[in-house]
Design a protein around this ligand. Structure first.
Ligand code: SF4
Length: 79
């Protein structure tokens, strides 16, 4: 159950999550930050640190942002 960064991050990219992630699995993308789904250890630290509440466990992403589950994963597909 990796964590996922959704729409509120776009245009904000506050980066607080990056600073608290103990395994450095949050990476900068062009429009937002992304969590590597295979590296995340589900510690929840980033969720609490995010000032715009953009981060959710993948089974708790609001319906309107469910596509961000794939968007986070796909960001790493070619890497
Ligand atoms: Fe990093 Fe923990 Fe957030 Fe996963 S839940 S991205 S390990 S801070």
């Amino acid at each position: 159950m990796p964590f996922v960064i959704a729409e509120p991050c776009i245009g904000v990219k506050d980066k607080s999550c990056v600073e608290v992630c103990p395994v450095n699995c949050i990476y900068e993308g062009e429009d937002q930050y992304y969590i590597h789904p295979d590296e995340c250890i589900d510690c929840q630290a980033c969720e609490a640190a995010c000032p715009v509440q953009a981060i959710f466990p993948d089974n708790g992403v609001p319906e309107k942002w469910k596509n961000y589950i794939d968007k986070n994963r796909e960001h790493f597909d070619n890497k």
